[in-house]
Design a protein around this ligand. Structure first.
Ligand code: AMP
Length: 427
């Protein structure tokens, strides 16, 4: 196995990595860094949580440090496009961390905050600019960002950018970039839109895929609770009574839903904060900071806001609502079990969400085990299908007896799937 010393990184970068306590490179780092140091283009299929930021940040810092160039006003040597403000801030913070001692300047640009300070920030040019597409375009159109000194372009979380409707903006940015440059594209999944984008953008790229597409992070202990919609909040409160759940990320489908959950938890004196698109940048950062420091035990988030959350110690992810897109389930539960840790992902599923659960199981190619061991496993509880795995084997008997009561006689039923046809359990 490679170690960081074998990459031939400059001394300040190596020592910054050491300071972070990273002992060995993660698989994406091991596979990508040597090629990126050679200046190759890269197509990286990887989710956040795999160490992909360092996989591109370290070689970029190395490259920029080796050929020190003075940037002219508005010029950038590296552009990193990313879908959310949180992710942008986080990537830039990583550049600061890994670049300590390298004297590489970095700036972050996103919407929802003052425009003037960002113009000011670009006045002397910058080595690394991390940006979300909308605000970047505004600055470009007003002549405050220029690319004639650009060396490296990174498109991060490309699939999410497409989902969020950024494709036109991305194309407009790409149209302004110089032909000769090193280009890196990262995406958790590879829908046709991204494949097309990659073909047009990358020259003879090295392809690195760390988690095979559509599989769920292995270290996560997944389960589903069947529960009536109206009982979800009670179930959440009862789960959170267990004080050993120290850092819990709860996902709701809507911003209002997130606020409602926080209010309800406050009534029980459970410290919680919401993070979603209606919150100001300051409020989001405060919530995230308090969650990171442990002051707030529960962070309630919507998908888009959660995209950039990198909190290494999230022990539990609770899907209060199931997402409409199966991919989002993978992204959500990927917030736990980060950087080698283990985690638990609990999905709440009401009657109307069963189809969503089915879609998720198809996507991740395994059945999420049902946990019947909770007090709200009532009317909405699905009778487990044959082959469905139960979390709590002692309840298997109950389920069997329910099944025999509810289901028609054996010979009038459709033939049960054979063992080979039945998907395996996730855990
Ligand atoms: P990322 O996928 O870039 O969001 O990184 C996920 C987490 O892994 C971050 O908290 C990083 O600090 C951490 N990390 C990155 N590289 C390593 C490594 N080689 N060893 C241990 N942790 C790492």
């Amino acid at each position: 196995m490679a170690d960081f010393n074998s990459f031939n990184l400059l001394a300040p970068i190596l020592s910054a990595v050491e300071k972070q306590g990273y002992k060995v490179p993660t698989p994406i780092q091991e596979q990508a860094i040597p090629h990126l140091l050679e200046g190759k283009d890269l197509l990286g299929i990887a989710q956040t949580g795999t160490g992909k930021t360092a996989a591109f940040a370290l070689p970029i810092l190395n490259r920029l440090s080796k050929t020190r160039v003075k940037t002219r006003p508005g010029r950038v040597r590296t552009l990193i496009l990313t879908p959310t403000r949180e992710l942008a801030s986080q990537i830039e913070a990583n550049f600061q961390t890994y670049g300590v001692g390298s004297r590489i300047s970095s700036k972050v640009i996103f919407g929802g905050v003052g425009y003037r300070p960002q113009i000011q920030a670009m006045s002397r040019g910058v080595d690394v600019l991390v940006a979300t597409p909308g605000r970047l375009l505004d600055l470009m159109n007003d002549g405050h960002v220029r690319y004639d000194q650009l060396e490296v372009f990174v498109l991060d979380e490309a699939d999410r950018m497409l989902d969020m409707g950024f494709i036109r903006d991305i194309e407009k940015v790409i149209a302004k970039l110089p032909k000769v440059k090193q280009t890196l594209l990262f995406s958790a999944t590879m829908p046709t839109g991204i494949a097309k984008l990659a073909t047009g953008l990358l020259k003879d790229p090295v392809k690195v895929e760390v988690t095979p597409q559509a599989t769920t992070v292995e270290k996560i202990d997944q389960k589903v609770h069947f529960v009536e919609k109206s009982n979800k909040i009670l179930l959440l409160k009862s789960i959170l009574k267990n004080r050993s759940l120290k850092s819990v990320l709860v996902f709701t489908r809507t911003k209002h839903g997130a606020d409602r959950v926080v209010k309800q938890l406050a009534k029980e004196s459970i410290s919680a904060a919401a993070i979603h698109g209606n919150k100001s940048q300051g409020a989001r950062e405060r919530a995230l900071g308090n969650f990171r420091s442990g002051m707030v035990r529960v962070l309630v988030a919507t998908d888009i806001a959660a995209r950039g959350i990198d909190v290494p110690h999230v022990s539990h992810v609770i899907n209060f609502d199931l997402p409409f897109e199966p991919e989002s389930y993978v992204h959500r539960i990927g917030r736990t079990a980060r950087a080698g840790r283990e985690g638990v992902a609990i999905a709440f599923c009401d009657n109307e969400e069963r189809k969503l659960l089915k879609d998720i199981e198809k996507f991740i190619r395994c059945k999420v085990p049902i946990d019947v061991d909770h007090e709200y496993h009532g009317v909405a509880a699905r009778v487990p299908a044959r082959g469905q795995v139960l979390r709590n084997p002692t309840d298997k008997k109950k389920a069997d007896s329910r099944r025999s009561k509810k289901r028609p006689a054996r010979n009038s039923r459709k033939k049960a799937p054979s063992r080979a046809q039945t998907s395996a359990s996730c855990n």
